[in-house]
Design a protein around this ligand. Structure first.
Ligand code: PLP
Length: 369
């Protein structure tokens, strides 16, 4: 079935017809056909994507729920009782990491650099030096609030030089932005089915350094979200989930991974997203829109734009674009009137050209021109 409009909203996003077709049969959650034929190859492939350098050092745990559930599973299962967590935040998703940790009863402190600025690496180094009780650090890779690509390699270098456990929310980047967990010495990384791998929503996954995950027995603050237990069951049962898994979604994800390979892997997908975003920004600027962030800070995943001055209203603009076949995202930055357009998913440079035509057409209406 065709979709009535393209989703330019990074998660959920537009998927290919073949990914959607892959959902058209039922699976038994504990049968080998599913565990060995679907879950196991997914776990192996994700580990291979996480590290070409030392895949044997890493393992993968799938977790039911949206991406935030997997984040909660990671943070709540990895920081030990008595541990102390430093959250680097520069947007809504960074703030969510802190909220999740605090609700789990974890002693948490936030280094907030403000929404339009990358984290201050000097300050990070200073805090880790001054506060030896900070045992864990977590940051967002691509801050989806603004589209800021945080300086992951720089952060990793400091955190690991200071020998802290390093966790990354790479929800909206993993699979779309090249990265090697072993090269950066990342201990835990979380992402979900419906972002750059281009699957449908329903589960997330945590990639973990085996030796670090093995040390997390009994830490979990939640039974359902116990990452260690889920791992143990998946390892022992060769792909078995503890509780009912979203079977159709998982099967669609296997197809999405196959299509990532067919596209040429993460490097090729990244190149497509970069071209999508380059066209978007060039076209929007020529229509008089301005980007929220300077180009140097930008990821190819999602782009924030200032609302135009004057009589612009987001809702009519949104509705007019939706009628023309495109769904965009409202802004999430506090204090600034903005909107966002995602450039990931089953979306191609020609789609962006069509979008720009639609914006040229209806932008003038919503601005009362
Ligand atoms: C999408 C996203 C999440 C998870 O959001 P859900 O709505 O729970 O799937 C977490 N962090 C980042 C950076 C994201 O982009």
């Amino acid at each position: 079935m065709d979709n009535p409009y393209l989703l330019l909203t990074p998660g959920p996003l537009s998927t290919s017809p073949t990914v959607r077709d892959a959902m058209l049969r039922d699976w038994c959650t504990w049968d080998d056909d599913y565990n060995l034929g679907v879950v196991t190859p997914i776990r192996e492939k994700l580990v291979a994507l996480a590290s070409a350098e030392r895949p044997e050092d890493y393992t993968c745990v799938l977790m039911q729920g949206s991406g935030s559930f997997a984040v909660e599973s990671m943070i709540g299962s990895v920081v030990p009782p008595g541990g102390r967590l430093l959250v680097l935040a520069n947007g809504e998703y960074g703030n969510r990491l802190a909220r999740i940790a605090r609700m789990a009863g974890i002693d948490t402190t936030v280094h907030d650099s403000g929404e339009l600025v990358p984290p201050d690496l000097g300050l990070l180094e200073q805090r880790l030096t001054d506060e030896p009780d900070l045992s864990h650090v977590v940051c967002v890779h691509n801050e989806t609030t603004t589209g800021m690509l945080n300086p992951l390699a720089g952060i990793a270098r400091i955190v690991k030089a200071q020998q802290r456990i390093f966790m990354v929310d790479s929800m909206s980047a993993f699979g779309g932005i090249p990265l090697d967990m072993a090269a950066l010495e990342i201990d835990f990384l979380v992402s979900s089915a419906n972002k750059c791998i281009q699957g449908v929503p329903g589960f997330g996954f945590v990639l973990a350094k085996r030796s670090e995950l093995a040390a997390c027995a009994g830490y979990a603050r939640s039974h359902s979200l116990d990452l260690y237990d889920q791992w143990k069951v998946m390892e022992a049962g060769k792909g078995k989930w503890r509780f009912t898994s979203p079977t159709h979604t998982v099967r669609a994800f296997l197809q999405a991974l196959k299509e990532l390979d067919e596209e040429g892997g993460v490097a090729a997908r990244h190149a497509r997203y970069v071209e999508n975003q380059r066209r978007l920004v060039a076209g929007m600027e020529s229509l008089g829109y301005r980007c929220l962030l300077p180009k140097a800070l930008h990821s190819p995943i999602i782009t924030g734009f200032y609302e135009p001055e004057g009589a612009f209203a987001f809702k009519p603009f949104y509705d007019a674009l939706k009628q023309r076949g495109f769904v965009i995202y409202p802004g999430k930055v506090t204090q600034i009137a903005s909107f966002r357009i995602g450039t990931i998913g089953h979306v191609f440079p020609e789609d962006i050209d069509r979008l720009l035509d639609a914006i040229a057409d209806c932008g003038s209406h919503s601005q009362g021109g």
